[in-house]
Design a protein around this ligand. Structure first.
Ligand code: UDP
Length: 467
């Protein structure tokens, strides 16, 4: 009797750490609810994968295989924006994806492909083989709502969105000003906009979208997304999905050792995601502001750059501390703060009892990790959809403080110090902490056996396997 072929799915992340991480964690959950499911992760690559990306792949269970697709190189002269490079890397990888799919289908029952939105060109190959095609959306339901809505907005408003005087009303979402919309739509004449709009349109051509969120934090947007007759494909809220550990990366133990010696809820953790950077002047103001606040801090420092996402594909550099103001480390070390170059074990830091606040760039993974641990926030959005997440956190959920920039567009040191003190010691910080605890409970509930996200995922998995 011939052995039954194992059921197999393929996942395709766009290059970059956080999308890879989130898709892998999603697959682990899916495997958990689908007996015998095999997963192949096909990874389009720009130059070489970053150290944290490689670290994730070293911790994979035997049911997930990974393949690095041949690396794509861009001519540095052409100055293609990173947001476009990551998408083109996928497009240029299509021949390799096709080949690999054929090989897998010889020995497996291949049923579906999951790609993140910036990798959705890969779904073309899935359709050619009659596989189901899904987008895994590693960001908020509000951002997803915006993406579904953009093709319509594009038709209705001829001008730049930032010139609109009224906030935009996306179904189910808090009103949002044009300037807070995702970075790629801030210049409608640019290449980034053209690519982004195309990805938004592609969402409508899939068999469904899985979104890393849950009703407890995004009630309005999720209700609108799953509403019958809204004209969208099926949307499955299955979050929060988050990192379960990265293995051994550099600098890890130092941060945790230092936290061990601090009193509960006293430390502000400062980090701008896997690759966010500040300008030189802003880095200076932040440093002086932290010092001035008198509060404890653990800061992941990256070398300054004029472009906020310049380290997105390669976050590791050991010499970033030399860009701090002169004498800063000597004045603050041991007693007030710890600075670590490039990377900290964020999930463990946020789970540590000494951590009492998080100054974040509002990447969605960072946002969820903070919520899962009930850590109050200071929001400091930099690029992508981070301004939108900041609006959700401040205006909708009211679990964050937002420092104000001065007329030069910089957040000055006094402002930094004021906001940090308010969060760690002030009355407002305490109230925010209370609301965060509620969100933490809601997140835990969504993931219980009978929780909304677990039930959605189980049903999804049953349909997929039975398919
Ligand atoms: N991260 C980390 N250590 C760091 C910086 C980031 O472990 O020093 C992890 C963080 O826990 C999160 C991810 O990297 O899981 C960053 O994802 P996010 O969506 O917040 O931001 P992005 O990297 O996409 O800008």
């Amino acid at each position: 009797i011939p052995m039954e072929k194992p059921t197999h799915i393929v996942i395709v992340p766009s290059p970059g750490f956080s999308h890879l991480l989130s898709l892998i964690e999603f697959s682990k959950r899916l495997i958990h609810h689908s007996n015998g499911l095999q997963v192949t992760c096909m990874i389009p690559t720009l130059d070489s994968p970053s150290e944290p990306s490689q670290a994730i792949l070293q911790t994979l269970p035997s049911t997930i295989h990974s393949i690095f697709l041949p690396s794509i190189h861009f001519n540095k002269e052409t100055q293609t924006p990173i947001a476009v490079q990551v998408q083109l890397a996928v497009t240029h990888s299509l021949p390799f994806i096709r080949e690999a799919l054929k090989t897998i289908s010889l020995s497996s029952r291949l049923v579906a492909m999951f790609a993140d939105m910036f990798a959705s060109d890969a779904l073309i190959c899935a359709k050619e083989l009659n596989l189901l095609s899904f987008v895994y959306f590693p960001s908020s339901a509000m951002t997803l709502s915006f993406c579904f809505y953009l093709p319509k907005l594009d038709q209705t408003f001829p001008s730049e969105f930032k010139d609109l005087t009224e906030p935009i009303e996306i179904p189910g979402c808090v009103p949002i000003y044009g300037k807070d919309l995702p970075k790629p739509v801030q210049d409608r004449t640019g290449q980034m906009y053209e690519f982004f709009l195309k990805r938004c349109k592609q969402l409508h051509e899939t068999d469904g979208v899985l979104v890393n969120s849950f009703k407890g934090i995004e009630e309005g947007p999720i209700r609108a997304l799953v509403e019958e007759g809204n004209g969208y494909p099926n949307v499955y809220p299955i979050g929060p999905i988050m990192q379960t550990g990265l293995g051994n990366l550099r600098n890890g133990s130092e941060s945790l050792r230092w936290l061990e010696n601090q009193v509960p809820n006293s430390v502000l953790y400062v980090s701008f995601g896997s690759g966010g950077t500040l300008s030189k002047d802003q880095l200076n103001e932040l440093a002086f502001g932290l010092e001035l606040s008198g509060e404890k801090f653990l800061w992941v420092v990256r070398a300054p750059s004029e472009s906020a996402n310049s380290s997105y594909l390669n976050s590791q550099s050991d010499d970033s501390l030399r860009f701090l103001p002169e004498g800063f480390i000597e004045r603050t070390k041991e007693e007030q703060g710890l600075v670590v170059p490039s990377w900290a074990p964020q999930v463990q830091v946020l789970a540590h009892k000494a951590t009492g606040g998080f100054l974040t760039h509002c990447g969605w993974n960072s946002t969820l990790e903070s919520i899962m641990n009930g850590v109050p926030l200071i929001v400091w959005p930099l690029f992508a959809e981070q301004r939108m997440n900041a609006v959700t956190l401040t205006d909708d959920l009211k679990v964050a403080l937002r420092p104000k920039a001065n007329e030069n567009g910089l957040v000055g040191r006094e402002e930094v110090a004021k906001v940090v003190r308010k969060l760690i010691k002030g009355e407002e910080g305490r109230e925010i902490g209370g609301r965060m605890q509620k969100l933490k409970n809601a997140a835990a509930e969504a993931l219980e056996e009978e929780g909304s996200s677990t039930k959605t995922l189980i049903q999804f998995a049953d349909n997929l396997i039975g398919n």
